[in-house]
Design a protein around this ligand. Structure first.
Ligand code: SF4
Length: 289
């Protein structure tokens, strides 16, 4: 019989838990509730909430709505979304994670405090087009420069001031490589400041998940393929245990993966519901019967 362990450190972070709780509370009141974008990067959890009545919309669809309630998910939104809500008399249920809100404020203060706004380079290490990053860039009248990886650091102007921030779910190691590179290339007349704004909810999971992945013959990493922090954590599992597979649901488990192994570890991202990891465990148990 194969031993199966579900990682206790995996699952929703408090930002996502709070957003889902807010949605459930509103829906329980019988309110018609819209959510701007997927509430969590997990198709199955989105489906569960859709069945409860949550209607997911995009920005174009929000423009057509008036006098309704719209929930903003943990990733946050740029100021234009709040402006649109005011114009269309939309009540916002703001589930922006407090960690993201704090980061938005810091970037806004940095931008507003610049003597000549737009002169210093406000740089965000993050994924272009990601909802959280759009919310951050929006604090700077869209002047912030987004770099997705260490390779893009060379496009910065090292003769001008640089203020570096990070999307909350990026890799701490890569962030430090970027800092080191800028430090060694910035001109003597320019100022460089970096702000470690990586959420420890994800960063702290790295060492834990890495240990977990080494303990098992097979790792099933359960997560939506769109999740940023999922990608970071999955890659770490894969690095320490090449027998790691990313799956979105139990149907993706291949019987041949279970051949000649003693133990399976099931883990996931901050957006992975516990119930889904349990379903994966149950699917393996059934396959062994
Ligand atoms: S990963 Fe961190 S910043 Fe992002 S929603 Fe969760 S707690 Fe908030």
């Amino acid at each position: 019989m194969i031993q199966i362990e579900i990682d206790n450190g995996s699952g929703f972070c408090f930002g996502v838990t709070t957003a889902i709780k807010k949605a459930e509370e509103e829906l329980a009141k019988g309110t018609k509730l819209y959510c701007l974008g997927d509430i969590v990067h997990n198709g199955m959890e989105c489906e569960r909430l859709r069945e409860m009545g949550l209607i997911t919309i995009n920005h174009d669809e929000m423009r057509q709505l008036h006098n309704v309630k719209v929930l903003l998910r943990a990733h946050g939104e740029p100021p234009e979304t709040y402006e649109l809500a005011r114009k269309n008399n939309i009540e916002i249920i703001d589930a922006t994670c407090p960690v993201v809100l704090q980061l938005q404020k810091r970037i806004k203060q940095q931008y507003d405090g610049s003597e000549t706004p737009g002169d210093a380079q406000i740089v965000i290490f993050g994924k272009k087009g990601h909802a959280e990053v759009l919310g951050l860039v929006g604090q700077t009248q869209s002047t912030a420069i987004v770099i997705e990886s260490f390779d893009e650091v060379t496009k910065l102007d090292f003769s001008r001031d640089i203020y570096l921030y990070s999307q909350t779910t990026k890799s701490l190691d890569e962030f430090h490589r970027i800092i080191d590179y800028i430090q060694s290339h910035i001109s003597k007349d320019a100022t460089f400041k970096s702000f470690d704004t990586i959420c420890r909810n994800v960063a702290n999971r790295m060492p834990n998940i890495s240990q977990f992945a080494t303990r098992h013959d097979l790792i099933l990493f359960v997560c939506g393929r769109k999740s940023s922090n999922g990608k970071v954590l999955f890659n770490e599992c894969l690095r320490v245990n090449p027998n790691t597979h990313l799956i979105e649901d139990p149907q993706e488990i291949q019987p041949e993966w279970l051949e000649d192994i003693q133990t399976v570890g099931i883990c996931g991202a901050t957006s992975t519901p516990r119930w889904l990891m349990e379903q994966c465990r149950d699917a393996i148990l059934r396959m062994q019967q």
